[in-house]
Design a protein around this ligand. Sequence first.
Ligand SMILES: O=C(CO)[C@H](O)[C@H](O)COP(=O)(O)O
Length: 217
Amino acid sequence: MSVRIAPSLLAADFTRLGEELRAIEAAGADWLHLDIMDGHFVPNISYGPALVKALRPLSAMPFDVHLMIEPADPYLEAFADAGADVISVHVEAGPHIHRSLQAIRKLGKKAGVVLCPATPASSIEYLMDLVDLVLVMTVNPGFGGQSFIQNQLPKISAIRRMIEASGRDIALEVDGGVTASTAPLCLEAGADVLVAGTAVFGAKDYAAAIAALRGGR
Ligand SMILES: O=C(CO)[C@H](O)[C@H](O)COP(=O)(O)O
């Protein structure tokens, strides 16, 4: 299974975002992960579609937009227009997740569903035909630099089994506290996309940090 590394912009130097984006791409990053926070669904505020749009011309990497916002539906079009390739919504962020996922697909984008650490794998059982990506949060969303919640590993494995059973091409992404030490556990459990903020942007050598996360895969 190929591994894709998606550095999270949240940990980049905000005074040099264009340079940071070019640096991670040159260092071998596969995707750019963009964390959108609303100060309501999560206790933090990050940035919005205007930033996604400003960065879009600077990179050919797929833009992986993680919406930590409630409600999400009124903003899907703005992120699609801004240049997102994948748009992910939280299963906990609204009563009609099927509608949100269908709306993302209708905008011509890949649809992702995200689970907070306390949310069981079974919550997405009836969504497998509507998603192109499942994102398992291994921290409670809202902040970078938190510790990896180890008990999410069986959930990652359970979702890998659900994906295999679906027969569909669905990416399995992990986000939160992913480092060179925790990355192999995530890959062993069945993840194939790793989001890392601190472990990449906090490193002196981005290429070495990304290679360490990939672990030779
Ligand atoms: O979604 C997020 C926070 O809600 C971040 O993507 C995530 O926490 C990455 O940061 P780090 O790698 O430093 O843990």
